[in-house]
Design a protein around this ligand. Structure first.
Ligand code: FPP
Length: 256
C-alpha cells in the first residue's frame, strides 16, 4: 500500500458538500503530543532524563503498533522550539536520546517498511544529530508501511510563517499551493491530521501542527507519555471511530 500524497487529504476552506459528511472510520494520520515524561520521572524520584528515556520506549511501542491499526502517518512531538527555554542539560539529553534512537532504529525501520522523517528547524540542533537525521531519512526513504515524523525544534507558527514568506513570491495563490509550500518547509508534507492525542493531562495544542490539525479530532489522555501503551493507542483509534466528522456540515442524523 502506498502512502497518501502530501496534500491529498487537504479539504478546501469551504468544506465538503453536506452529502459528503465522512464517518470518522480509521485515522490515517495520528499526531501525538507526548507529554508527561518529566512528571513520570519525578514522581518516581528519578531524574527527568529517565522520563525521556522511558518516553523513547513508549514511542517504540506506539510505532510498532501503528500499522496494524491502519495508521499510515504518525507524527510525534519530540522537542518543541519553546523547549529551548529548558535547562541546556535537559535539551541536550533529549538530542542525545534522539541521536541514539535514530542510530539504533533506522536499520530496523528500513527492514519494517517504516519511513523516518524529522519536521522542524535543523540549523540549531547539534551537527552530529543533523548528520544522523540525514542518514536515517535516506536509509528509510523507501518505507511505505508507516511514515513516522518526529517533530524536533518544531513550532507550527514558525513553519506557517516560513511558508508564508516563500508563498509571498508564488505565482499561484491558492490554499492548495500554500499547503504544498508548507509541506516543503516541513520537508515531509503537511497532510491533514485526523486524530491528535495529547498525553499528560494538559488540554492545549502547544504550537503543534496548527494548520494540519484544522479538522483533527482531539483526544486528551490523562496518562503520562511513558505509561502510554499500544492498547491505549488502539483505544484512541476506537474512540475516533465513534465520532462523526462533519467539517461544518450537518451531522448525518440531521440530514434525513
Ligand atoms: C514532554 O514531557 C516531552 C518532551 C519535551 C520530550 C519528548 C521526548 C520523547 C518523547 C522521547 C524522545 C522520542 C523519541 C522518538 C526518541 P515533559 O518533559 O514536558 O513532561 P512534564 O510535562 O511532565 O514536565
Amino acid at each position: 500500500m502506498s502512502l497518501p500524497s502530501v496534500v491529498s487529504s487537504y479539504v478546501p476552506a469551504g468544506g465538503l458538500p453536506a452529502t459528503q459528511v465522512i464517518p470518522a472510520a480509521k485515522p490515517l494520520h495520528v499526531a501525538i503530543i507526548s507529554d508527561g515524561n518529566g512528571r513520570w520521572a519525578t514522581s518516581r524520584g528519578l531524574p527527568r532524563s529517565a522520563g525521556h528515556r522511558a518516553g523513547a520506549a513508549a514511542a517504540r511501542r506506539v510505532i510498532a503498533a501503528a500499522p496494524r491499526l491502519g495508521i499510515s502517518t504518525l507524527t510525534l512531538f519530540a522537542l518543541s522550539a519553546a523547549n529551548w527555554k529548558r535547562p541546556a542539560a535537559e535539551v541536550h539529553a533529549i538530542f542525545g536520546l534522539l541521536e541514539n534512537y535514530l542510530l539504533g532504529e533506522a536499520e530496523h525501520c528500513a527492514a519494517e517498511g517504516v519511513r523516518l522523517s524529522i519536521v522542524g528547524r535543523r540549523d540549531r540542533i547539534p551537527q552530529a544529530l543533523r548528520e544522523v537525521i540525514s542518514r536515517s531519512e535516506s536509509a528509510t526513504a523507501r518505507g511505505e508501511r508507516l511514515h513516522v515524523r518526529l517533530a524536533v525544534d518544531y513550532s507550527a507558527r514558525e513553519a506557517i510563517f516560513q511558508a508564508a514568506c516563500r508563498f509571498y513570491k508564488a505565482t499561484e495563490l491558492s490554499a492548495e499551493r500554500f499547503c504544498e509550500v508548507l509541506g516543503e518547509v516541513n520537508r515531509s508534507g503537511a497532510a491533514e491530521v485526523d486524530l491528535l492525542i495529547r498525553t499528560g493531562g494538559e488540554c492545549r495544542l502547544s504550537d503543534f501542527l496548527l494548520w494540519e490539525c484544522a479538522y483533527a479530532e482531539l483526544l486528551f489522555v490523562n496518562k503520562r507519555w511513558p505509561d502510554f501503551t499500544a492498547a491505549d493507542l488502539e483505544a484512541a483509534v476506537q474512540e475516533f471511530s465513534r465520532r462523526e466528522r462533519t467539517r461544518g456540515a450537518l451531522p448525518s442524523a440531521e440530514l434525513g
